[in-house]
Design a protein around this ligand. Structure first.
Ligand SMILES: *Cc1c(COP(=O)(O)O)cnc(C)c1O
Length: 369
């Protein structure tokens, strides 16, 4: 084993290519505020993703806050307990009330039947997550949203490049928010983007990410500083160039794990689905009976060989102290989310992972099972 192994290692393009960009930034003296690289990256990203409009932001958490503010949402928002804490935090930052409903244990995403059961007179929106980049039940969610006049914002932090039935999954819902954090499949050091379908919404988002300014002396709303800098935008432009080879490597690693764990008792992989063009952002496995014991034992065994797998996502959001008072719709026990949170272990997957290191990880997972 070649030093500690984490679940991801950011892909970095050749440094010489990045310094070419840096030199131009130094020459121009334009560091932020919709500079030339920002504008170029925004346009190229929309093209790459196959979507109408993209607004770059400084990170996905601020992106979610801006998205909620852009739609002027205020009330109950139905969301998933099985996610990263930022999903729920964005609701508290905008004075919305998170209402947690259970997930489908096979997709790890919100269960549409449970969404419908949780709708009240105060429900304004649904905030689902395409967990691990696996598309939500987008058709069913849209039908519910249309029937009850709700907005839909997708936390698409994991869903860079994902296509559903041949088209970008980011086209679903009112808005989708991507993360370009260093640990995600596509990174700009820190960063993110909001995807929307019409120019008017994009203009509103662009105002909100720049303090709410309209021109020099007018402010339309209590916006935030959500801008992406030129150094991040330049990184994004370079990353786009390598996105397809990065994805190929991830796919190969995914396939090797899948083959090694085929038919293995007590280890479940997340299924790939024929309608999806996957980005292979994560490789979660689900281990043991749901008490957490076998999963935690495997987590420790991997640590012994310096492999730091992660329990993404454990615990579920309503089990964090500050979220206890929100809880689940109708006091629902959230059995599925809780069970998966006690079984999950995300294994290392990134372009630089060597076959020998992957084999060592596979051997530990297979041992005793
Ligand atoms: C990483 C992540 C975020 C936050 O992204 P940042 O860019 O780090 O703010 C939000 N939601 C989910 C599901 C994530 O995994």
């Amino acid at each position: 084993m070649s030093g500690p192994i984490y679940i991801t290692k950011p892909f970095l393009p050749p440094l010489e290519e990045y310094t070419d960009y840096l030199r131009k930034i130094w020459d121009s003296g334009i560091l932020t505020n919709a500079g030339p690289y920002h504008e170029e990256f925004e346009a190229r990203l929309a093209e790459h993703l196959g979507v109408e409009h993209v607004s770059l932001v400084c990170n996905a958490t601020v992106g979610l806050i801006i998205a909620l503010q852009a739609l002027r949402l205020q009330g109950e928002v139905i969301t998933t307990p099985y996610t990263f804490i930022a999903t729920a935090h964005s609701l508290l930052w905008t004075n919305n009330i998170p209402v947690f409903v259970d997930i489908d244990p096979l997709t790890l995403n919100l269960d549409p039947a449970q969404i419908e059961a949780a709708i009240t007179d105060h429900t304004r929106a649904i905030l689902p997550v395409h967990c691990y980049g696996k598309p939500c039940a987008v058709e069913a969610i849209q039908e519910i949203a249309d029937n009850y006049n709700l907005r839909v914002i997708y936390d698409a932090a994991h869903a860079f490049g994902v296509r559903h039935r041949g088209d970008s999954v980011l086209k679903w819902g009112d808005l989708s928010v991507l993360s370009f954090h260093a640990t995600k499949v596509f990174n700009t050091f820190e960063g993110g983007a909001i995807v929307c379908a019409d120019a008017k919404t994009k203009r509103r988002i662009d105002k909100l990410r720049n303090f709410g300014f309209v021109g020099e002396t007018m402010v339309a709303a209590s916006g935030i500083n959500g801008k992406m800098s030129e150094v991040s935008a330049a990184m994004g432009l370079l990353q786009l160039k390598y996105a397809s080879s990065v994805r190929d490597r991830r796919q190969a690693i995914d396939a090797r794990y899948r083959k090694a764990f085929e038919g293995l008792d007590g280890v479940e992989c997340l299924s790939l689905d024929e309608h999806t063009w996957h980005n292979h952002a994560y490789f979660p496995i689900f281990v043991g009976d749901g008490t957490g014991d076998q999963r935690d034992a495997l987590h420790r065994e991997l640590k012994r060989i310096d492999v730091h797998a992660r329990r993404y996502f454990y615990p579920i959001i309503p089990d964090f102290q500050i979220y206890k008072k929100f809880g689940a719709a109708g006091g629902h026990p959230l059995h599925m989310a809780r069970r998966r949170a006690n079984q999950v272990l995300c294994l290392p997957i990134y372009p630089d992972l060597s076959e020998s290191d992957q084999d060592a990880i596979i051997a530990i997972v297979r041992k005793g099972r």
